[in-house]
Design a protein around this ligand. Structure first.
Ligand code: NPG
Length: 383
């Protein structure tokens, strides 16, 4: 908070952005990632490059190829960026990040598209001021505790072995994806194999309130949290469910703004919030949710969207804010990609942490050759 005031980031005038480029990329994952809404083998997303005063700021819009996680896709985000957000940004003067966000408020929803462009603007500010994003946001410390998210596996045995390998690599917290039929028994098998580990489950909205008995059946597994069991836009039924379980419910998909976070907390729909800057429209909104939760003593952690090194750098800076008291879904580069578009790769330290970048802005260097190679479509706007 202090650093944020000292650097007056939210209120320093923005440079005028002269040109923006979009890259629709597709990168093969090291292994398919299965959730209750589908399997991803290649990660598609949009990389944003914003140019001003001879500097380039990079951003990542984490919309996927299909609308399984949320309604946005690479194609809808491209449309919203190209036809609305970029024209509302290019060549204009903005006082600060809040006024930029206000200029986009006529676009209802589409937080992933907004967050990708906002990230590029943050990177520009950091590069222009010679300050790392961590300092602009008010983060602290040189490393953050992280965890790994394990996709749905073909059998309980395969899941236990997968987790054994991640624990051997040094991950201090495990999240397993669940879906009907692969839930209680899978979580129980993991807990029996590893009685002491920090363990949580993520349903990605696969259940309805009538399934409360299934959720209750996991209450004795000493889970850190149960993430997003019910509808992707629900807060009301989650409040009914939270009243029936001891384990904290954590909301992800249903929190789209600082207001949603407040509503969820006031309705006791959850006791923990997963903050993804993308899902709430940008880093500025993510920090607001962090501040709200911190003031109320509600723990938060940083979610992941299988980001490239660009988005991961942003997540690490965000996760270094003091209210992020639980390990995030931020794993080492080699958990996702053989080859990344940004350097240097992120490595897991022996204490289960990853270093927060210290260079200006996001603190990573984009490898243009790799970026061009994985690009399926390119757009250029402005001069
Ligand atoms: O480590 O980045 C990571 C993956 C974390 O499980 C994770 N992400 O539902 O939160 C999620 C899930 C996800 C990935 C959702 C990709 C949508 C796209």
């Amino acid at each position: 908070m202090l650093l944020r005031l000292l650097t007056s980031d939210f209120h320093s005038p923005l440079m005028i952005i002269e040109q923006i480029e979009l890259y629709h990329i597709s990168m093969p994952l090291v292994a398919p990632f299965e959730t209750s809404f589908g399997v991803e083998t290649d990660r598609e997303c949009i990389i944003v490059a914003a140019h001003a005063d001879g500097l380039t700021g990079w951003g990542e819009c984490v919309a996927s190829a299909d609308p399984g996680y949320c309604y946005e896709t690479v194609k809808t985000a491209w449309h919203i960026l190209e036809d609305f957000l970029i024209p509302a940004t290019l060549g204009r003067e903005f006082d600060d990040i809040p006024s930029l966000a206000a200029a986009w408020s006529g676009v209802r929803g589409h937080p992933l598209a907004k967050a990708g462009l906002q990230m590029a603007v943050w990177d520009l500010i950091g590069r222009a001021q010679g300050l790392p994003l961590q300092k602009l946001l008010g983060g602290q410390g040189d490393r953050v505790r992280v965890g790994v998210s394990v996709g749905i596996q073909p059998s309980r045995e395969a899941l236990v072995e997968r987790i054994r390998a991640y624990l051997a690599e040094g991950y201090p917290r495990i999240k397993i994806k669940i879906k009907p039929g692969k839930d209680v028994e899978y979580a129980r098998a993991v807990r029996e194999a590893f009685p002491e580990i920090l363990l949580q489950v993520d349903a990605n909205s696969a259940y309805r309130l009538e399934d409360a008995p299934t959720i209750r059946a996991m209450d004795d597994l000493n889970l850190l949290l149960i993430e997003q069991p019910l509808g992707y836009d629900d807060i009301f039924d989650h409040a009914k469910l939270q009243a029936q379980v001891k384990t904290p419910i954590c909301l992800d998909e249903s929190i789209h703004s600082p207001d949603h976070a407040r509503w969820a907390l006031e309705l006791s729909a959850c006791r923990i919030i997963n903050i993804k800057a993308a899902r709430v429209g940008g880093l500025y909104e993510a920090v607001q949710i962090h501040d709200l939760c911190r003031a109320r003593g509600v723990p938060v952690w940083c979610g992941g969207m299988l980001e490239t090194g660009i988005g991961r750098a942003s997540n690490l800076a965000l996760a270094s804010l003091p209210g992020f008291t639980l390990p995030g879904d931020i794993s080492a580069t080699n958990r996702y990609y053989h080859e990344d578009i940004a350097d240097p790769p992120f490595m897991l330290n022996s204490d289960g942490t990853i270093n927060v970048p210290t260079g200006p802005g996001l603190g990573v260097r984009v490898r243009m050759g790799v970026l061009e190679r994985v690009t399926k479509r390119k757009g250029k706007y402005g001069n």
